[in-house]
Design a protein around this ligand. Structure first.
Ligand SMILES: [Fe+2]
Length: 237
């Protein structure tokens, strides 16, 4: 990756260390990200690798390209690619973040939650804000229910946004929302995808053998898989 991007990451490694306050963290990122937003050519090398089939995507969303992960676990930097006319889900994030528009126009809609969030699959959302982000403009992201939003390309061209997220308070998945149905679902990264689909599918075939599989998976002690089994057992999935 280019010098300008490496400098961004090393400055954040230094400046975010020991900062616990989310507003202070977002302010630091807002300051550091400006040179990157002025010239998106720092991405060329990475995008060329992708275009030439030399990378593998392992993020939660297929349009999410991880550019950097803090060696101290403090933050990650991602590129989001918003293809025109492609629908993307309403979702939340597990951490604070700052997004900046690099190219094109991105429409962002923000929501607030009207229910108390106690029902695993239910969410009543209300639209609170609609806006357009243009190159050089930034927007804040807040964790969990405080940051439910939807993004899409605002025109007929691919738009690019650069996102910097803090350490997640909830790991393993983000939450997707279907506002008109008042429902939610979990969006898992590809590495968990087959496991989650397998567990969900098995829950519809309740035999003694299925229960043995659930017990085996539960005994692994993987926090996310354990939570999935508990949700299946309480029939809330
Ligand atoms: Fe997002």
């Amino acid at each position: 990756m280019s010098d300008i991007f490496q400098r961004y990451c090393s400055n954040l490694e230094q400046r975010l260390a020991g900062v616990a306050d989310e507003e202070e963290s977002i302010a630091i990122v807002s300051e550091e990200v400006l040179p990157l937003l002025e010239d998106p050519s720092f991405l060329t090398e990475k995008l060329a690798e992708m275009a030439e089939g030399k990378t593998e995507l392992l993020a939660t969303d297929s349009n999410d390209v991880t550019l950097y992960r803090s060696s101290q676990g403090l933050f990650s930097v991602r590129l989001f690619v918003w293809e025109p006319f492609v629908p993307y889900p309403v979702h939340d994030h597990g951490s604070w973040g700052l997004l900046g528009c690099l190219t094109g126009e991105v429409l962002q809609t923000k929501y607030r939650r009207l229910d108390d969030g106690r029902e695993e699959n239910t969410a009543h959302l209300e639209e609170t804000e609609k806006g357009v982000l243009r190159p050089g403009e930034t927007g804040k992201i807040y964790p969990l229910d405080r940051g439910i939003h939807h993004m899409e390309s605002g025109g007929n061209k691919t738009a690019l946004t650069l996102h910097t997220y803090g350490a997640p308070v909830r790991k393993g998945y983000i939450r997707g929302f279907v506002p008109h149905r008042k429902t939610t679902y979990r969006i898992f990264p590809p590495k968990y995808g087959p496991r989650v689909i397998g567990l969900n599918a098995l829950s519809s075939i309740p035999t003694a053998e299925t229960r043995e599989v659930f017990d085996r998976v539960e005994k692994e002690g993987h926090p996310l898989m354990k939570e999935m089994i508990q949700l299946i057992k309480s029939a809330r999935l």
